[in-house]
Design a protein around this ligand. Sequence first.
Ligand code: Z5A
Length: 210
Amino acid sequence: MTRGRFITIEGGEGVGKTTNVDLVRQVLEEHGCDVLTTREPGGTPLAEEIRAVLLGPRDEVVDPMAETLLVFAARAQHVATVIEPALIAGRWVLCERFTDSTFAYQAGGRGVDAQVVAQLAEYAHPGLWPDLTLYLDAPPEAAMPRIAKRSLDRFERERQAFFERVRQAYATRARDELQIVRIDAGRELAAVQRDIVGAVKRFLVARDDP
Ligand code: Z5A
C-alpha cells in the first residue's frame, strides 16, 4: 500500500481556506486520490472540545504557552487517531491549518519561541510534515471585512498588530519551507482558484509515486 499524501491549507482569517477545500478535494479526486478532509484545531471529538476551549472568548488572559500546549494536545490526538491512520491506509489527507498555524499564531503572534514550537511538533507528530501547503495570503485589511458580519472568536478579536505579526511569520515560513506555495488570496475568487488548481496540478505531476 502506497502511503497517502498530506496537504494543508494555511493563512489568516477570511483568506478563503474553507471556501477552497472542496475545490482542492475535487482536483485530487479527479486524479483518482481517495481524500479525507479535516481541520485544526479539531478533527476528532476530543480535539474539537479543545478547539472550543481555545476559541471561546474569555475574561481570563490565556498564557501563550498554555495556548500552545492546548494546540499541540489537540494535534497529537488528531495525528494519532485520524491523520496517520488515513495516510497509512493510502488516503490523501487535506487539512485546514496545521503546525504552520502554530508558527504563525503562537510564535509570530504571541511571541512563543519558534524553536520550542519546532520541538513540540517533533513530539506531537514525529517525522510528519505536509507534502504540500497552499498558503493563502492576503493583507488583513482585505480579508477581515469578509468575516466582519459573523460573531468573532478569541483570535479574531485581536488587534491589527497581532495579525500583521501572524502574516509576517507565515511569510518567513513560506520563504524557508519549499513545500509551501504562496497564493495571492487578496484577489477575486476566480483568480485565486485558478492559482490553487494550478499549484495542486503541478504537485500531482511532480509527485514521485511509482
Ligand atoms: N489557531 C492557532 O492559533 N494555532 C494553531 O496552531 C491553529 C489554529 C491550528 C481557528 O481557525 C483559529 O485557531 C484561528 C487560528 C487559531 N484564528 N482565528 N480566528 P479557523 O481556521 O477555524 O478560523 P479562521 O481562519 O478564522 O477561519 P475563517 O475566518 O473562516 O477563514 P477562511 O476559512 O480562510 O475563510 P472562508 O470562510 O473560506 O471565507 C470567509 C468569507 O470570505 C466567505 O464569505 C467567503 O465567501 C469569502 N471569500 C473567500 N475568498 C474570497 C475572495 N477571494 N474574494 C472575496 N470573498 C472571498
